[in-house]
Design a protein around this ligand. Sequence first.
Ligand SMILES: N=CN[C@@H](CCC(=O)O)C(=O)O
Ligand SMILES: [Mn+2]
Ligand SMILES: [Mn+2]
Length: 348
Amino acid sequence: MTKTTPPATSNYAATDADIWQGRIDAEDGEAGMRFHQKVTLIDDDEQLTNQAGVVLLGFACDEGVKRNKGRVGAVQAPDIIRKALANTAWHHDNATNTSTFVDAGNIYCSDTDLAASQKELANYVETALNKQNKVMVLGGGHEIAWGTFQGLAQHFQTTKVNKPKIGIINFDAHFDLRTYSTDGQAFPTSSGTPFNQIAKHCQQLGWEFNYACLGVSRASNTQALFTLADQLGVHYREDHQLASYHLAERIEELTAFIDNVDHLYLTIDIDVFSASTAPGVSAPAARGVNYESVEALLQPIFNAKNSAGQAKLIIADLAEYNPNFDIDNQTARLAARLTWDITRAMFK
Ligand SMILES: N=CN[C@@H](CCC(=O)O)C(=O)O
Ligand SMILES: [Mn+2]
Ligand SMILES: [Mn+2]
């Protein structure tokens, strides 16, 4: 059984080493390595070194989904995705490059102070980015995005990047642009509000809000949300528009979106996939998008480079995996495969 409650004194806990277990092919030496044999576990951000590689963090949180009237269970997700990732093959070292994969542990979520947990996640993300690592965060509900983005914003403020041009690319059946009240009472922030929070934050900072939401289900988002998306200039495409016969056009549009920004934050809500592919989520998609379409659209994100030749993609997260509704761990395997794909791109 994995841990589901925060330690008494802090929202942070290192990952249990026994989560990272898998097959060992000793006969193949270095060429037979898997993630569980390559991961470096740390229990303090002081242990993060400069340019270590890819830093994995968990945001173990049910509170956003609970507040959004959804089905809870995502708190268990980070450790279960780690278990599914543990046995996957390691392909990241070569003659000129040794890549480090650091598991920095979980930020747990207090059910009384979601904002404090998001801030704790943000602070850890900022530290990892300041030390020139790429960051991969495993949720939790989509309230993870408010923590991830704040960390990214703090990083640019600390490193004195003036008005960074950040592109946020969200694969999701939902906009997650819901309205919230500033008193936090009438309409609290939740898993349904993060991109509205980010839009307001960008406005306050005088930064552009470049948000692409791919896979939106018109049946699952009200007119109010479409209107707000239009007002905010969101680049959105619906689930049916991501079918294979539309992909060439989608890739062209997404490439134009990417060309217009300098840094990319990728966020994938597992409920973008059809329920038959991803049953383990709070809000399963009747239609959804297939893996091949998402995979094709990930390529321009993975390949994007800035003028200095550096990868634009510096941070990513996965949200909404809910093991309570999974079937034979198939959604966990999907989440692990996405983590594998993303971290592979980050190592290159
Ligand atoms: N992050 C989740 N967002 C969805 C959930 C929809 C539902 O529970 O039906 C939303 O708020 O729109
Ligand atoms: Mn979402
Ligand atoms: Mn969603």
